[in-house]
Write a protein that binds this ligand. Structure first.
Ligand code: SF4
Length: 408
C-alpha cells in the first residue's frame, strides 16, 4: 500500500473537542482530524474496541439495553459483539488481514467484559426508575443527554458528550484507553481530559443545562471527578475558537498540511499522520525511539521471502534515509508477505522506497538494526518517488485553487 496524500486544508465551520485537542500539539494533526480520509489508514485497534464499548454504554444510558437485572450482562455482550463485527467488516484491509474477525482483536474480551460491567447496572437502574415513576423518568430524560450533538450558540463549537446529567450537574465521559499522564494517580484527570470536560460543560450551558462537575469513568471502573466553574468552561471555549481561527487563517493563507506541522517526540507519539508526514521523517532522531517507536524510511537493497509453517514471510534490507533508528542498514524481518501483496500488488523490489511504521527493534549494532513487525501496530508503506521531501502540495491544487469549506 502506498503512503496516502496529506489532506488539503479548507475553511472549517466548527471545531470539535477532538480537533481542538489535536491542535494543542500540532495544527497539522488537527487538520488531519478535520479533513483527513480516515479510511486511508488502518484503524487503531483500540478505536474499534473503544467504539463498541461506547455503543454499549450509550445504549444503557438511553434505556435501550434490555436487561433482566444487575447480573444480566448478556445484552451488553451481544451488543458489543454485534457492533465490533460491523466495525470490523468496514475496517481497513490491513486490519482485516491481520485479524480475520473482530473477536481476534487483542484485548477483545477485556473490553467486552468491561463494557458489560459498566453498562449493565446503568441499564438496570434506568429500567427500575422507568418502571417505578414514569413521570420522573420523563423529566430525567429531558435533562439527560446521551451522545447528543450539542452546538454552541454561535455555531463555532460542536461536541457529543457520552452523558450529560442535568439533574446532578454532571458531564460523564467514558475512557477505554490509558491516560499515561495520570497512571500514577488513580484519582487524577489528565490535562487533555479536563479540557474536553470543560468544553462539554460549556456546550451544556449553551443548551440551558447547568453543569459544574466533570467525571471520567475508566474502563476498569475507576471514577475521577473534577469541578468545573463556568468561567473555566468559557475560557476553554475561547481557546478552542482561537484554534479554529488559526486553522482557518492558515487555510486562507494557502498553507499546506506540511506548513502546519510541529514535529517533536511528544507531539508525534502515536500520531496517525506519521506514514505521510514528511516533516516527521525529516526531523525524527534516534532519541525519539522511546516515545515514538521504531520508524524507518529507506531504500530496499535486498528482498527475500521464505515459507515458515505454511506462511510466506518476507525480509526487507533497507538502506536508511530517515527515521528514529540510527543504523545505516535495517533488516525488517518476518513481514507476512500478504501484508505487502495487499490489493494485488507485487512484492516490493530492490530500489523501492518504504516507510516502516511502529516496528519492534530487536537488535542493533553500530551499522545494522534488526526490526520485527508488531502484528497490532506495524504497517509497511511504499513511498512514491518524489514523495520523500515533505510533499509540498499547496492548498487549492486539488480544488482548482479555491479553498473549500468543511463542516465538522
Ligand atoms: S507526525 Fe508529528 S508533525 Fe506530523 S502531523 Fe503528526 S504530530 Fe504533527
Amino acid at each position: 500500500m502506498f503512503v496516502p496524500e496529506p489532506p488539503d486544508l479548507a475553511q472549517l465551520e466548527r471545531i470539535t473537542p477532538s480537533i481542538y485537542e489535536a491542535s494543542m500539539n500540532c495544527l497539522a494533526k488537527a487538520a488531519w482530524s478535520a479533513f483527513g480520509d480516515g479510511s486511508a489508514l488502518p484503524q487503531h485497534l483500540g478505536a474499534i474496541l473503544g467504539t463498541a464499548f461506547h455503543t454499549v454504554v450509550a445504549a444503557a444510558h438511553k434505556g435501550e439495553l434490555m436487561v433482566e437485572g444487575i447480573g444480566d450482562r448478556s445484552p451488553a455482550r451481544e451488543l458489543f459483539d454485534k457492533t465490533a463485527q460491523e466495525l470490523h467488516q468496514v475496517a481497513h484491509p490491513l486490519v482485516k488481514l491481520k485479524f480475520r474477525s473482530a473477536g481476534r482483536l487483542p484485548f477483545y474480551n477485556l473490553h467486552r467484559e468491561r463494557s458489560a460491567r459498566i453498562a449493565t447496572p446503568v441499564a438496570a437502574s434506568r429500567h427500575a426508575s422507568s418502571a417505578s415513576a414514569v413521570g420522573a423518568a420523563r423529566s430525567s430524560a429531558l435533562s439527560t443527554r446521551t451522545e447528543s450533538r450539542l452546538c454552541s450558540k454561535d455555531g463555532r463549537i460542536v461536541g457529543r458528550a457520552d452523558c450529560i446529567d442535568g439533574r446532578s450537574g454532571m458531564v460523564i465521559d467514558y475512557k477505554t484507553g490509558h491516560a499515561s499522564e495520570v497512571d500514577a494517580d488513580a484519582s487524577a484527570v489528565s490535562d487533555s481530559e479536563v479540557r474536553q470536560l470543560r468544553l462539554y460543560a460549556y456546550l451544556a450551558a449553551e443548551n440551558e443545562i447547568a453543569v459544574d462537575k466533570g467525571v471520567i469513568v475508566r474502563g476498569d471502573g475507576r471514577r475521577c471527578e473534577v469541578a468545573i466553574a463556568p468561567a473555566e468552561a468559557e475560557a476553554e471555549a475561547d481557546r478552542a475558537r482561537e484554534q479554529l481561527f488559526r486553522l482557518n487563517a492558515a487555510a486562507a493563507e494557502g498553507d499546506s498540511f506540511h506548513d502546519l506541522t510541529s514535529p517533536s517526540p511528544r507531539n508525534c507519539s502515536f500520531c496517525p499522520c506519521i506514514p505521510f508526514c514528511g516533516p516527521f521523517w525529516a526531523a525524527a532522531k534516534p532519541e525519539w525511539t522511546t516515545v515514538c517507536g521504531s520508524n524507518i524510511e529507506g531504500d530496499i537493497v535486498d528482498v527475500g521471502s521464505r515459507d515458515i509453517q505454511g506462511s510466506s514471510l518476507t525480509t526487507l534490507i533497507l538502506s536508511r534515509r530517515a527515521g528514529t533508528l540510527s543504523a545505516e542498514r535495517v533488516s525488517v524481518e518476518q513481514i507476512p508477505s500478504e501484508w505487502l501483496r495487499m490489493n494485488g500488488w507485487a512484492l516490493p523490489c530492490v530500489g523501492d522506497a518504504v516507510r516502516v511504521v511502529h516496528g519492534r527493534q530487536v537488535q542493533m549494532d553500530e551499522n545494522t538494526a534488526v526490526v520485527r513487525v508488531d502484528k497490532a501496530m506495524t504497517a509497511v508503506w511504499r513511498v512514491r518517488r518524489g514523495n520523500t521531501d515533505g510533499g509540498k502540495k499547496r492548498v487549492g491544487e486539488k480544488h482548482g485553487g479555491q479553498p473549500h469549506t468543511r463542516t465538522a
